[in-house]
Write a protein that binds this ligand. Structure first.
Ligand code: SAM
Length: 267
């Protein structure tokens, strides 16, 4: 790092991401609905169904101790709790599992505050099954090595300054056999549809952001961060480089690749 420029650039990205999410925290649902035309809800449902959280068997491999103890799930960049509530609902309603717990971590206090507020409308508000913790995905200081059964990150990783470092942290905190699962905007795999999608992204979304939330810049950032994120294969390679074993081809496209689910297992 020449004269610390890299450090300054890192700080700038973190500051920008912080400002964006503080600014959109209260209009977060509207933002997601607008950006995905409401489809993010279906993607999130699908993501969680595929992970099938709940007592035995853990799809990756069963917990090493024989007693059903529920899963210890870490939802990173969990913001407003969208994924965490779905994970807990699934464990309870599908598996009658009331022991699985989720720790939501996020770097942004405004997003965590929004999540705590929204948790009040769920059965988990005062339960030990749900906790909110401020943490940077690149340095999960209070999460011990080999302690997590399932690590989820949804629409979070593209905002991280150092994605490789975050993947290495995911690897560190997961127990052997534990699963990394990521839902993120990705690259559209159909040329004609991609042209329309790009017009929608760069044309409509910042404009809607301006009109609905009075905040063009944040929405412009979100569209740019999607465009800059690695494609499906590149991201799969990054997951493998962090040490994970990748099942099958490593990802599943959703809505022609607008979003994708990537998974990795810690050997
Ligand atoms: N997972 C939620 C969902 O799917 O609705 C929230 C996604 S929101 C688009 C992205 C979140 O990533 C924000 O809450 C933001 O604060 C968080 N974030 C950005 N950089 C982060 C980092 N380095 N560590 C942890 N969280 C981060």
């Amino acid at each position: 790092t020449y004269f610390g420029f890299e450090k300054i650039a890192t700080g700038l990205k973190e500051a920008r991401v912080g400002a964006v999410f503080s600014s959109v925290a209260s209009s977060y649902d509207t933002m997601n609905d607008l950006m995905s035309l409401g489809v993010h809800r279906l993607w999130k449902d699908y993501f969680v169904r595929g992970l099938d959280p709940g007592t035995n068997p853990l799809s990756a491999s069963p917990p090493s101790n024989a007693l059903p103890r529920g899963w210890n799930i870490l939802d990173v960049a969990g913001g407003t709790g969208d994924i965490a509530f779905r994970l807990l609902d699934h464990a309870s309603n599908v598996h009658n599992d009331y022991t699985t717990r989720v720790t939501v971590t996020d770097i942004n206090l405004d997003m965590l505050a929004e999540g705590r507020k929204r948790a009040l409308a769920t059965p988990y508000a005062r339960s030990s099954r749900l906790s909110f913790v401020e943490a940077n995905a690149e340095n999960l200081v209070n999460i011990p090595d080999n302690s997590v059964d399932l690590y989820t990150v949804a629409f979070g990783i593209r905002n991280f300054t150092n994605k490789e470092k975050a993947l290495r942290e995911a690897y560190r905190v997961l127990r052997p056999g534990g699963a990394f699962a990521c839902l993120e905007f990705s690259k559209v795999n159909n040329t004609a549809f991609d042209a329309a999608y790009q017009r929608w992204s760069f044309g409509a979304i910042p404009l809607i952001g301006q009109l609905v939330a009075g905040d063009r810049d944040s929405y412009q950032y979100l569209v740019e961060s999607i465009a800059q994120f690695p494609n499906q294969t590149e991201f799969k390679d990054m997951i493998m480089d962090a040490g994970f074993i990748v099942p099958g081809r490593g990802w599943e496209d959703l809505s022609m690749g607008i979003a994708a689910i990537h998974k990795g297992i810690k050997p």
